[in-house]
Design a protein around this ligand. Sequence first.
Ligand SMILES: [Zn+2]
Length: 297
Amino acid sequence: MIYLVFINKEGKFNENTWLIDGNLFGGKGNLSIYVIENNGIRIMIDTSEKATVPKIIEKLKEFKIYPIHKIFLTHSHFDHVDGVHELQKLMRDTKIEILASENAIENLKNPDNMNEVFAAKMEPIKDVIPLKDNEIIDLNGLELKVLNFFGHTMDCIALFDKKHKNIFTGDAIIDKSSIYYFQPTFMPPDFHEAELIKTFQRLRNMKDELTSISLAHYGVWTDEDFNQIINNMESLHFATKDSIIKWYKENPSYNYLALKFHETFTPKSKIIKYGNIGYLERQMEFFVDSLKRSGFI
Ligand SMILES: [Zn+2]
């Protein structure tokens, strides 16, 4: 019997939490949406992009977790928040509360900067309820704790479900979408390394209270896989950052960087075989942009 420690299948994965594929950019396994339900109240974590919201609504109905009452935004990047208006529109009989870090309020209200960086067309999101570090969201008796997990952006927050020993970290820690593919978390426009290192330490300090980590990109990593992420996240950050800086000095072509990244860090991944070199090149462009903005290049 194979003991499954990576949960990437849509559906219910603990007593009251579901995973739904956000179908970001039309692909499977690119972005997870989570829904936690307790005593009839449901909170959704992140939204994916506007275009995929009808599919998400279908899944909510299929899993009998429709409608949603609260949306928790892990940070203000496009792929996590773009679906807000469409979700509100398609669930218009329900008043949905939007929650985000107090640091995200301005970015959500004025997305011009984010739109420029990511060539996106996000519309302003207003009336967001600001969350502070260590604040508790009480989901009809289930306590969910908000934790500032800055670094990837300066408005990243995690949600800690103590009862189920699970933490939702958005993009704050790592992207890991299969056992063979991962990517680091330094992204424009606000990557802040000192804050990221603090976030790594904060997560390590909580290790005994957790058995799983739920990533935005992608899925729920448990047991040995969870331990591996905790043990390797910081060294993988530095290894990828240092390599990208070095390769960029050798040859500042995103194709070169993508091929080097693939051969060095994810050689068994099928990402290039599936014709996704363009995707990887775009990621390299973002990494370099964030390293330039934060003064490393
Ligand atoms: Zn992000």
